[in-house]
Design a protein around this ligand. Structure first.
Ligand code: LLP
Length: 420
């Protein structure tokens, strides 16, 4: 991240964040475009070094925006979508439909038809029921991979774990549902079976779970005589929110995983498939920050020091939802972080907190700007209009300048669907 204090003010690529906030207003999402591109390069290089055939799809749920998708097209990334809305957004971008994968544990008939008509590359089938529905609805041959549930528990927050046996995602290997799924796809008239997919969770900082799953899956494929072209291992690579976190070591981790794929295939005399990855958070997470303006400050003697900002859980839900922790910086000046305080949102809910008990400069006052770091993934995309808050604007910053990517919502848009 190219955040830096220059002349005692926080800047990104040399652009003063205060000026950017002045132009676009707060709350504001600011992304380091160069860093997003670098993350794509890191995954590409690590995979190229492995010698395997591979594709990378950006998991668009992390942050969906047409300009971001255009950047993904430039960086040779495909896209994963899980809803008609994500597909619609993706189709407005330069990403070729045949680089889009359609996910979801409850695709509607309409979504299936829309995806087929749009020419997506493949479906990630998530249930037995979906196989029959796609086969019935398909007007032409479609491709699919089957999402299997390996029954491997990733070490992460329970709400973002997906590989455990009791999960709404995928078909269980252990309960033989996965095998049944493969056989049904192979027998389906309009579906070409391409391979299997798993995603064991998110914000995973080491490769052990993935390696274990790769071994288990290859062994299972061999045992059951299942031929695949694609092995899709999902996303879930961690980012650094605070000093207690580790960003997934992309180069080393991908090396470990790709070697595990090669070794498992060799051990079972199984042909090495094309490897697909679906990183979301690790592409955009650390590249994004949120800028807020400080408003009311309330001191409760011997209890807490509340600093309220002009957004909250409508643009920052992860603290309330996952008890997530963030680092903050004072934009206006660089000073020692010497006072413990709680940064609160302005929404009508006690849980509307950005960060509890964090040390920041004691001089913080109304009108100052605060930057919350690592908010590039699952912030804008999980934002809401709770309390009729308007969604913030989004800008991209690079060496060459600052460009608007999404406009701030207007008050009129808040009631545009109201029947008055
Ligand atoms: N592939 C599949 C099938 C997924 O379900 C996900 C995330 C990804 C890829 C991308 O995972 P990533 O690389 O971004 O970790 N709202 C939660 C995260 C939910 C993730 C859902 N699936 C959060 O804010 O932490």
């Amino acid at each position: 991240m190219t955040l830096q204090y220059i002349d005692n003010e926080l800047t990104m690529h040399g652009h003063r964040l205060k000026d950017i906030a002045g132009e676009y207003g707060t709350p504001l999402f600011v992304y380091d475009e160069t860093m997003i591109r670098q993350q794509c390069h890191r995954f590409h290089t690590a995979l190229q070094d492995s010698g395997l055939n591979y594709t990378i799809s950006y998991a668009s749920k992390a942050f969906s925006a047409v300009q971001l998708f255009n950047m993904m097209a430039e960086e040779d990334m495909g896209l994963d979508v899980v809803s008609e809305g994500e597909l619609y957004t993706a189709l407005q971008s330069n990403v070729a439909p045949e680089r889009i994968h359609f996910h979801g544990n409850n695709k509607t008939d309409w979504e299936i038809l829309y995806a087929i008509e749009s020419g997506v590359e493949y479906f990630v089938i998530d249930s037995l029921d979906e196989i029959a529905r796609i086969d019935r609805l398909a007007t032409k041959q479609v491709k699919a991979v089957l999402r299997i549930n390996p029954g491997v528990e990733a070490h992460t927050h329970e709400f973002i774990q997906t590989g455990q046996e009791d999960s709404k995602f995928g078909l269980s290997i252990k309960k033989r549902l996965a095998l049944e799924g493969v056989r049904q796809i192979e027998a389906a008239e309009h579906i070409d079976f391409m391979g299997v997919h798993f995603h064991i969770g998110s914000q995973i900082f080491e490769s052990t779970g993935t390696v274990e799953t790769v071994k288990l899956v290859i062994e299972w494929l061999k045992e059951n005589d299942i031929d695949i072209q694609v092995l899709n291992i999902g996303g879930g690579f961690s980012i650094k929110y605070t000093d207690d976190d580790v960003s997934y070591p992309i180069e080393e981790g991908i090396k470990t995983i790709t070697q595990a794929v090669q070794a498992a295939c060799e051990a079972h005399s199984y042909p090495v498939p094309e490897l697909s990855l679906e990183p979301g958070r690790s592409i955009v997470g650390e590249a994004g920050i949120t800028l807020y303006e400080v408003g009311t400050i309330k001191e409760i003697p011997d209890t807490n020091y509340y600093v309220s900002i002009d957004g909250g859980m409508s643009d920052h839900i992860r603290t309330a939802l996952y008890d997530a922790k963030y680092e903050l910086r004072l934009v206006d000046r660089e000073e020692t972080h010497d006072k413990t305080m709680t940064i609160a949102g302005k929404l009508c809910e006690s849980g509307d907190i950005i960060r509890r008990d964090i040390k920041l400069p004691a001089s913080i006052k109304r009108g100052d700007l605060l930057a919350v770091l690592s908010t590039g993934a699952y912030h804008y995309s999980m934002s809401s209009n709770y309390n009729q808050m308007v969604k913030p604007a989004v800008v991209f910053v690079s060496e060459s300048g600052v460009r608007p990517v999404i406009k701030r919502q207007t008050l009129a848009q808040l009631i545009q669907n109201d029947i008055i």
